[in-house]
Write a protein that binds this ligand. Structure first.
Ligand code: BGC
Ligand code: BGC
Length: 745
């Protein structure tokens, strides 16, 4: 009888998990039958490089690994990583290998632009390739697990971590999430050159109130399902091996201990079958959230569906006691342990625990081929915001003055999360411009201003040695007989990323003073901005003819900008996050709902401010080229479709009306003006990249199906509702052509 029950339970479990690998199950059954409770709890413990104080006396990391108290560790130092793995395999009782994790966010040694930047390339294949290269490099140095991709939707540029994600759009964010998972994990997770993805931060972390990091999130389920959850779901469906819980609360319960989130949605609805790790210390932080003492919060997290505790030592310290007291069950511990062992199995670690350290493959790091891909992606990420009087591209002649505090630094162009970056192959903007023009032009440089003179920001940046006034005088002297000025301004790497929120997202006053002085020379000025977030640029947009957003472009940032400045690359990037006029407008995003009183300038009581319009400076999807494109009206093959299998083809003709060959990112949006819940004015559904020669015209056809009409209704069902829709096609989310269609039952 007992046996029958057991096999029934096993059957149900295997059905619930979908396709199982019987060989893996048998291997792990056998392994777990030999494990003590302490060893099982050890598998639930990640201590990143530190020394966990384990049950009673604190022990060093080596001893913790030997005793089986550690499942995973950080991969900062390849030699230490290799040693740790050897101890785990050779000196622990059962020889269970370690997961070696690292925050490889936009490259390991070859650093690509920050994620926000690469999302502006609208090139999923190149994005996948960058993820592939990161995995190729890191997996040769012992690393088998990336804490990436970060897929948090962000609508508030105050939040410093907007740099780490793909901007504000759920559809595009989902496409990138899939490309990243595919790039990291490849087709075979057990291959030595693939690593396991960890999708973070689950969930809604990007909606931290007022852009303050770690802050409260409070959101309706309808908003979660329609706008914030899709990229996590897409990553899960793409086969991501692990997820990381976020720091914030969801429905008042910290994500790390939120059973609805970690089990009902992630596992039951989305069928995710990997494991979930906490964010660094987030199990312990549940105490500060008001969820009880360490023992209580650890039990809560385990029961919610969290499998691994990163950095809090809460599982390893308290779960044994909770088991004795009946506060958690043996099955719950076994379940988490099994999921983690499965990940190790899938990575091939039990077959060859050392396959992720390979001196031969290490030699390929920073190879010319990788650096070339980084240069290409950095170039494609640059967004041309303004180019009046065709100041750009520049000629490689005469005298060019590179002026500004971002112009002669290599390090500050890398962006956030670049622990293992190497500056040798990088060039500053000044260095790269000099190299690219060779002896055809004279290139000079002056710093021009400090990065900031704000006391609190200075604490991030380091003390100033020269007042900006003096720097401006020197710069004007340097630029005196220059033909053109490239003003290199913005944020250094350390002003965005984790715990790097800003309340004012404009250029600091001293940098604006420099820009003003350069403007007053009457010379042509190109403003090149490096930043980790959208900035408020009204003042700059009003005064300057040429503005480029170059973000933090990684190792090849300097070269990539030089390529664009001189037209060796024609810019094609388009923004994935709205650039507001003012912080007071935040959150500002293109896929907003209509209100009952949509903005009207001529009526006093509509959705607006007294002192400013609702317009962004640059909308979502926006970006210019060195050529110009004209869009025809939309042509439909039919205006009415019916049923779930109906389709409508919508076509625009795009013409290159300028004088250069260029790429255009043609965007499809759909609006649903009548539905059972209020729907956004329009939502991105697809895009197409086309290359057009001067004078060339190309038809671009989007095939619309009911999949493009679906949304989550009040019951959280994914449905489309018959009725009228607006099909919008254009070069950005604002300047679109619109056609009405009808979709009947
Ligand atoms: C961050 C995560 C990161 C983790 C491990 C946390 O503070 O929120 O994004 O993966 O640290 O370094
Ligand atoms: C206001 C209410 C007011 C009503 C009647 C509305 O526009 O929102 O507060 O009571 O007018 O005057």
């Amino acid at each position: 009888m007992k046996k029958l029950l057991l096999s029934l339970t096993l059957l149900c479990a295997s059905l619930a998990y979908g396709q199982r690998d019987p060989k893996m199950d048998a291997f792990i059954d056998d392994l777990m039958s030999k494990m003590t409770l302490d060893e099982k709890l050890g598998q639930l413990n990640l201590a990143s490089g530190g020394v966990p104080g384990v049950v009673g006396a604190a022990v060093g990391q080596d001893e913790a690994i030997r005793k089986g108290y550690l499942s995973a560790t950080g991969g900062m130092d390849p030699a230490a990583t290799q040693k740790a793995q050897e101890i785990a395999v050779k000196e622990s009782r059962l020889g269970i290998p370690l997961l070696i994790g690292l925050d490889v966010i936009h490259g390991y040694k070859t650093i690509f632009p920050i994620p926000l930047a690469i999302s502006c390339s609208w090139n999923p294949e190149l994005i996948r390739k960058s993820a592939r290269i990161a995995a190729e490099e890191a997996s040769a140095f012992g690393i088998n697990w990336f804490y990436s991709p970060m897929v948090d939707i962000a609508r508030d540029a105050r939040w410093g971590r907007i740099a780490e994600g793909s901007g504000e759009d759920p559809w595009w964010g989902s496409e990138i999430a899939k490309a990243m998972v595919k790039g990291y994990q490849g087709d075979d997770l057990s291959a030595p050159n693939t690593v396991m993805a960890c999708v973070k931060h689950y969930a809604l972390y990007g909606a931290s109130e007022a852009g303050r990091d770690y802050n409260t999130v409070d959101m309706s389920r309808v908003a979660m399902y329609n706008y914030y959850l899709p990229p996590y779901k897409a990553a899960a469906e793409a086969g991501a091996g692990s997820f990381m819980s976020s720091f914030n609360v969801v429905d008042g319960i910290p994500a790390t201990g939120n059973r609805w989130l970690l089990t009902d949605v992630l596992r039951d609805q989305w069928k995710f079958d990997g494991f979930v790790v906490s964010d660094a210390g987030s199990v312990g932080e549940m105490t500060a959230h008001g969820m009880g003492d360490l023992q209580q919060v650890a039990a809560l997290a385990l029961k919610a569906g969290l499998d691994m505790d990163m950095g809090a030592n809460a599982f390893i310290w308290t779960l044994k006691k909770s088991l004795d007291e009946g506060k958690v069950t043996r099955q719950e511990i076994d379940q988490a342990c099994r999921r983690i062992l499965e990940a190790k199995y899938k990575l091939g670690l039990f077959d060859n625990p050392y396959q992720y350290t390979d001196p031969e493959r290490q030699k390929k790091a920073l190879s010319p081929e990788y650096l070339q891909t980084a240069r290409e992606l950095a170039g494609e990420s640059i967004v041309l915001l303004k180019n009046d009087r065709q100041i750009l591209p520049l000629q490689k002649t005469g005298k060019i003055a590179v002026i500004g505090p971002m112009g002669n630094t290599r390090g500050e162009l890398f962006g956030t999360w670049v622990m293992l970056r190497e500056e040798a192959p990088a060039r500053s903007i000044f260095e790269a411009v000099k190299e690219v023009v060779g002896d055809r032009a004279e290139v000079v440089y002056a710093q021009g201003s400090n990065l900031t003179e704000e006391p609190m920001l200075l604490a991030q940046t380091g003390k100033n040695t020269t007042p900006t006034e003096t720097l401006i005088e020197q710069a004007l002297e340097t630029a005196k007989d220059a033909d053109v000025i490239v003003a290199t301004v913005g944020e250094p790497s350390g002003w965005s990323g984790e715990a790097r929120s800003r309340s004012d997202i404009g250029l600091p006053e001293c940098q604006k003073a420099l820009l003003k002085a350069l403007h007053d020379t009457g010379k042509p000025v190109v403003v090149a901005i490096m930043s980790g977030r959208p900035l408020t640029l009204s003042w700059e947009n009003e005064r300057f003819d040429a503005i480029l957003e170059a973000w933090h472009g990684g190792t090849m940032a300097g070269y990539a900008l030089a390529d664009v400045l001189f037209g060796d690359r024609v810019p094609s990037g388009k923004l994935t996050a709205t650039f507001p006029q003012s912080v007071g407008q935040l959150p500002l995003y293109y896929n907003s709902l209509n209100t009952g009183r949509p903005y009207r300038a001529d009526f006093w009581a509509t959705t607006k401010y007294l002192d400013i319009t609702n317009d962004p400076v640059y909308p979502f999807g926006y970006g210019l080229s060195y050529t110009t494109f004209d869009y025809s009206d939309i042509q439909l093959d039919r205006a009415v479709a019916s049923g779930g299998s109906g389709t409508i083809n919508a076509t625009v003709k795009v013409t290159n009306t300028g004088t250069r060959t260029g790429d255009e990112i043609v965007q499809l949006y759909i609006g649903d003006p009548v539905a059972s819940i209020s729907r956004p004015v329009r939502e991105l559904k697809n895009f197409r990249r086309i290359t057009l020669k001067p004078g060339e015209t190309q038809g671009v056809t989007f095939r619309i199906t009911t999949a493009d009409l679906k949304f989550y209704n009040s019951e959280l069902e994914h449905v489309w509702e018959p009725g009228e829709f607006n099909v919008c096609i254009g070069p950005n989310s604002r300047d679109v052509k619109t056609a009405k269609i009808n979709w009947t039952k």
